[in-house]
Design a protein around this ligand. Structure first.
Ligand code: PLP
Length: 403
């Protein structure tokens, strides 16, 4: 029997876990499923802007070879200009790495930086790829609390109290997946101050920085404190609805003089995977240069705005169900009152909901939260589908209540 490497033992990525596999089985057996589990826009007819698709198609012939392992100059230059627009100081194209999505860059950065037993402060709930990547690198995720009664803002005191001699970095996911929280400048300044005081790195995952509602402004943590070495991650998957093209970027900024050989380590790892997908790199300048992003869909009367409002209102109307109206991203992190619905195992809860009502959600514990009382859904389906899905969730909960 061939067994997986021991380093795989504690690696979890439940967004595509057992419940998802059961959904695939049910679909193959002829049961249509309403999928509320993954932030993937195209299956919901939320397609990439035509200009991006045309650019890729037109340039395909010229995209046959490898690019520089850090990425095409024109793409990195466009990202540099984006960094300038975000107020991140001192960034040149040399400080930018292109990747096959943010996911790959998270892996490269954690492999390049995290030593065995290093601690990385990660929000709870988190986007679980981060915990998995830190663990795979031999590091230890240490979770800081985010406060559900304060729009899921990170608890700064909790972050400060969890810094130890082993802490290497603080991770911020802003706007947040799964909670949709968008962090204020004051909050980001307080987090960056902790990093500065203890000479920690900052990792900032900003893949949803343009998926914003209610005139909320996005601030990059790299822009609030240039004295900290900061790694900012972003890409085409969400704001430009092009997740399948696999394109992301990493901006290294701030205390570059403290970066030592980190650039060399990242270049080595980038060279080992040769380069990022070249056709998609050719669309980055078009994406960042024009008014291509998802903003219009999030403005009042835009499709995502309407869907968010509909889902929030209808979920909150179910007895014992509560959810914040998120300021960013595309998820609702839904709470179930433990008095009405005491849930012992939220994986089982999600599995039963799937089997009974054919609605696929992600259990909250999959986001490294020590509670069984949450599940996450996307509000990407059109209103009619959301209506159907939420009605089924309501029926499922009503039956539990009666039982
Ligand atoms: N970071 C966060 C917070 C995400 O939610 C996701 C995808 O859902 C990613 C990164 C992965 O993005 P990419 O498609 O660029 O790999």
């Amino acid at each position: 029997m061939v067994t997986p490497a021991t380093r795989m033992q504690n690696i979890r990525y439940d967004i595509r876990g057992a419940v998802q596999q059961e959904a695939e089985r049910l679909e193959k057996a002829g049961h249509p499923i309403i999928r509320l589990n993954i932030g993937n826009l195209a299956p919901y007819e939320l397609y990439a802007p035509q200009e991006i698709v045309s650019d890729i198609a037109e340039n395909l012939f010229h995209a046959q070879g490898y690019s520089h392992s850090k990425g095409l100059f024109q793409a990195r230059k466009a990202v540099m200009q984006e960094a300038q627009r975000k107020g991140i100081e001192g960034v040149t194209h040399e400080h930018i790495f292109m990747g096959n999505g943010v996911s790959e860059l998270i892996s490269l950065v954690t492999q390049a930086i995290v030593n065995p037993d290093d601690e990385v402060l990660i929000p709870s709930p988190d986007y679980p790829l981060w915990s998995a990547a830190v663990t795979l690198a031999g590091g230890k995720p240490v979770y800081y609390q985010c406060d559900p009664v304060n729009q899921w803002a990170p608890n700064v005191k909790d972050i400060a109290s969890k810094v130890t001699a082993k802490t290497r970095a603080i991770l911020v996911i802003n706007p947040n997946n799964p909670t949709g929280a968008v962090y204020s400048k004051a909050l980001l300044t307080a987090i960056a101050d902790i990093a500065e005081t203890h000479q920690l790195l900052l990792f900032s995952d900003e893949i949803y920085d343009k998926v914003l509602f209610d005139e909320t402004e996005h601030v990059s943590i790299a822009a609030v404190n240039p004295r900290v070495l900061c790694f900012t991650f972003n890409g085409l998957s969400k704001a430009y609805r092009a997740a399948g093209f696999r394109s992301g970027w990493l901006i290294i900024s701030g205390a570059i003089d403290q970066a030592g050989d980190i650039f060399n380590a990242l270049e080595t790892l980038s060279s080992m995977r040769l380069c990022a997908n070249v056709p998609a790199q050719l669309a980055v300048q078009t994406a960042l240069g024009g008014s291509q992003s998802i903003e219009a869909l999030c403005a009042p009367e835009g499709r995502l705005y309407e869907q968010r409002n509909f889902a929030v209102e209808h979920l909150n109307a179910i007895p014992g169900v509560s959810v914040n109206s998120p300021q960013g991203a595309m998820y609702l992190f839904v709470h179930l009152d433990p008095e009405l619905y005491p849930i012992e195992n939220d994986q089982d809860f999600a599995m039963q909901l799937l089997q009974q009502e054919k609605v696929l959600v992600v259990p909250g514990s999959g986001f490294n939260l020590a509670s069984n009382q949450y599940f996450r859904i996307v509000f990407l389906p059109k209103i009619d589908d959301l209506h159907e899905a939420i009605s089924r969730i309501a029926r499922f909960l009503k039956e539990r209540l009666a039982a």
